[in-house]
Design a protein around this ligand. Structure first.
Ligand SMILES: [Zn+2]
Length: 239
């Protein structure tokens, strides 16, 4: 049976930076949208420090990257896109504010599944990107918000007064894990995934060789599941 049918919707995707979503879950999201499932995406930062060019300002970069993200989300068919606009690289120091923002998103969207970073991605020496502090912070905070705080009425009771009721998602699908145990066949939507990734021009994702680079990653993940091209997740079920 196709693994995709096991992902319950609504689905809330919570990632740290523009391009995290498309690179690690773009094919899965394209397939969910095609299947008529409800998908909302949240970006914790607007990637406003993601450059080596000192002439750029954080404001300019945020505007560029949000515009690229809108194009990428449109390529996947995602219409509901939220930017929380924390500063890139600072999430580790924004714990309580970030957690409140994610609790609010969960109570407002009432997702059954969340796609986010793996809070415990494993041996970081294998993939430095997976232990980048913004990534593990989003994963850890989303985990806490989903399974501990959003269901608890004494966490941010002011939300309840605003009409946002407690809510507990059923499952987290973690990207960037060194131990993926759930694979989605993305061969049918590869052109759509690549069409979304390549929108992130400020990060050089559109240049020659990039499609092959990302295809090789998808082929490696697919090889673990008997698929040509796949995305891989570690599943964390609510207790
Ligand atoms: Zn990132």
């Amino acid at each position: 049976m196709d693994s995709l049918v096991h992902i319950p919707d609504p689905v809330l995707v919570v990632c740290a930076h523009e391009d995290d979503i498309e690179i690690h879950a773009g094919g899965t999201i394209a397939r969910l949208v095609q299947a008529g499932k409800q998908v909302s995406c949240v970006l914790a930062t607007s990637g406003n420090r993601g450059t080596g060019d000192p002439a750029k300002t954080m404001e300019e970069l945020a505007a560029t990257r949000e515009a690229e993200q809108r194009e990428a989300s449109a390529a996947l068919g995602v219409e509901d896109l939220t930017f929380l606009r924390f500063d890139d690289g600072d999430l580790l120091y924004e714990g309580r504010r970030l957690r409140e923002a994610l609790i609010r998103c969960i109570r407002a969207n009432r997702p059954r599944a969340i796609i986010t970073h793996d809070p415990f991605p494993g041996n970081g020496s294998e993939d430095a990107c997976s232990i980048y502090p913004d990534h593990v912070t989003v994963g850890y905070t989303a985990f806490q918000a989903a399974f501990v705080c959003a269901p608890g009425p004494l966490f941010h009771p002011e939300h309840l007064a605003e009409g946002l009721d407690p809510w507990k998602p059923e499952v987290l699908y973690c990207i960037m894990s060194s131990r993926p145990d759930f694979f989605v066949d993305i061969a049918p939507v590869w052109p759509q995934k690549w069409g979304a990734i390549r929108q992130h021009r400020s990060q050089g994702r559109h240049v020659l060789g990039m499609e092959q680079f990302f295809r090789n990653i998808a082929r490696e993940l697919g090889g673990r599941a008997g698929l040509e091209l796949a995305e891989g997740f570690r599943v964390l079920l609510a207790t």
